[in-house]
Design a protein around this ligand. Structure first.
Ligand SMILES: Cc1cc2nc3c(=O)[nH]c(=O)nc-3n(C[C@H](O)[C@H](O)[C@H](O)COP(=O)(O)OP(=O)(O)OC[C@H]3O[C@@H](n4cnc5c(N)ncnc54)[C@H](O)[C@@H]3O)c2cc1C
Length: 456
């Protein structure tokens, strides 16, 4: 019904009826995929819609290893969940997966799956962050190497999780200072940018010696990744996390933006992520977009609904604090829609100085974005692109890609041991999306029946 409405709207609106192509998310684009792939997708999406599997995923994995042995259990995972949502372990496997996506008109958005464990001495030590730095630098090289036509730059994107390079404990501390009215002047984007650029000793008076030391190392790591990404023409999309960390993450992004999003650099090279499920996101986005405009900096935004709803609410309840999230799904929908409208208007006014990724699997959202792009005269393959997770909502990604839009699939890669805990946590955070993938499962089923019955 919604899609039908969308099509009617499209055909009535817009500056020139000739240029617009209505999108149809009816699974027709599945003809591009092999039967094996479709069958695996259907089985895995069915399995993931079963709540106990997601809730007890790690325990079940440990049991299956004990009962079947790690080889057989690993083979089963590779043929199912890992194969569906992960590109592979080696650079060669990632390349193979990406080449397949490219033939379908989709682009890679590589993500290094790192999970900090605040209670683990190993996964919070300086050596762990240094290891992650090396992984990020390799990811930049891999992203660059995956480019279809060497020489075409500007459209290589990669995800960056800041808490892989700096501890969430420090981010929490910074957040608590940033939120205070009289935050120290050292915690301004300009001062942090200066410190990153000079690499000289930098002390923030409100932090202790150990925290200052870790901040300095973190700034060096961030600067190193962005410097390398800039040299390789790879744009970095910084992930948004919890509200207890986000103000610190945004401060670090703002500091990086001072140096790397200046017009002479041809950026934006560092983008921030905005979560529409938070009550104050629209205002924050408006302020940041206007500030970037005033200071002449390029501005890059990944717009998402937000993945940590349950945890945000639980923490607010535990702390007796105000719930930062929207009261219900409809309020999040409206917030996303307003943020989207705001950003598309900015893009249409600022051109290539303002970039947007519409990171959503939601058909109505994608529909709204494509319609407004057409109305505002924003080119299909310009500063606005779309993002979906690998293995999810291929009927939306393929329809967009076939219509000529820039579509990125967020692609985790790494060994089974590294990626499965990450995938299970992601699945828990995106439980509602996996359970709501009913339409995708129906379309997959329809296509498989069609093939089985010998349809054209
Ligand atoms: C490329 C890419 C990058 C991403 N990067 C990030 C990131 O950096 N940080 C991050 O947090 N997430 C990120 N996500 C995940 C994203 O935030 C969403 O969780 C996910 O995409 C589902 O939203 P949707 O619009 O696709 O689907 P929909 O099914 O339309 O929306 C589901 C979302 O609606 C919201 N919602 C559901 N129920 C309620 C409720 N009762 N009240 C209020 N809100 C509700 C939640 O945000 C939920 O995730 C990313 C997703 C993609 C595709």
């Amino acid at each position: 019904m919604m899609l039908r409405t969308c099509r009617v709207l499209y055909s009535q609106a817009g500056p020139s009826a000739g240029g617009w192509q209505p999108l149809s998310f009816d699974g027709a684009a599945f003809h591009l995929k092999g039967t094996g792939e479709l069958t695996r997708a259907l089985l895995v999406l069915r399995l993931c819609a079963w709540p106990p599997l997601v809730t007890h995923g790690l325990v079940l994995q440990a049991w299956s290893q004990r009962l079947l042995g790690s080889r057989l259990s690993g083979a089963l995972l590779r043929a199912s969940v890992y194969g569906q949502f992960v590109a592979g372990e080696t650079a060669e496997e990632v390349r193979g997966c990406v080449q397949q996506l490219q033939t379908l008109g989709l682009r890679p958005l590589l993500a290094v799956p790192t999970e900090e464990e605040p209670d683990s001495a190993v996964k919070t030590g300086e050596a762990w962050y240094e290891g992650n730095l090396s992984a990020m630098l390799r990811c930049v090289d891999l992203s660059r190497g995956l480019l279809e036509t060497p020489g075409t730059t500007g459209n290589i994107l990669m995800q960056l999780k800041v808490t892989a390079l700096t501890s969430s404990r420090l981010c929490k501390e910074l957040t608590s200072w940033v939120r205070r009215p009289g935050a120290p002047s050292e915690l301004s984007p300009e001062r942090l940018a200066e410190a990153m650029d000079s690499g000289r000793g930098f002390q923030v008076p409100c932090l202790n010696a150990e925290q200052n030391q870790h901040l300095q190392s973190s700034l060096r790591r961030l600067q190193q990744v962005v410097q390398h990404a800039r040299a390789q023409h790879v744009r970095l999309l910084v992930d948004a996390e919890y509200t207890s960390l986000n103000p610190a993450l945004s401060l670090l992004v703002a500091a990086l933006a001072v140096r790397w999003n200046s017009p002479r650099e041809g950026g934006p090279w560092v983008w921030n992520t905005y979560q529409a499920y938070l009550k104050d996101t629209y205002e924050q986005l408006r302020r940041d977009a206007e500030a970037a405009d005033r200071s002449g900096l390029a501005f890059g935004v990944k717009l998402v609904r937000g993945a940590y709803l349950d945890k945000e609410r639980k923490v607010a309840l535990l702390q007796g604090a105000k719930d930062p999230t929207q009261p219900d799904y409809e309020a999040t929908r409206q917030s996303y829609s307003r943020c989207l409208e705001l950003m598309l208007t900015h893009v249409s006014q600022r051109g290539p100085l303002c970039h947007l990724m519409v990171a959503s699997h939601n058909e109505e959202t994608v529909c709204q974005a494509t319609k407004r792009m057409w109305e505002l005269g924003i080119p299909l393959d310009g500063p606005v692109c779309f993002g979906q997770l690998l293995g999810m909502c291929d009927h939306v990604s393929l329809a967009l890609g076939q219509a000529g839009y820039a579509v990125y699939k967020s692609i985790p890669y790494g060994s089974l041991e590294e990626v499965i805990p990450y995938l299970i946590r992601r699945a828990q955070e995106n439980r509602s999306v996996l359970q709501g993938a009913r339409r995708e499962r129906e379309l997959l089923s329809q296509e498989l029946w069609r093939r089985l019955l010998g349809g054209a």
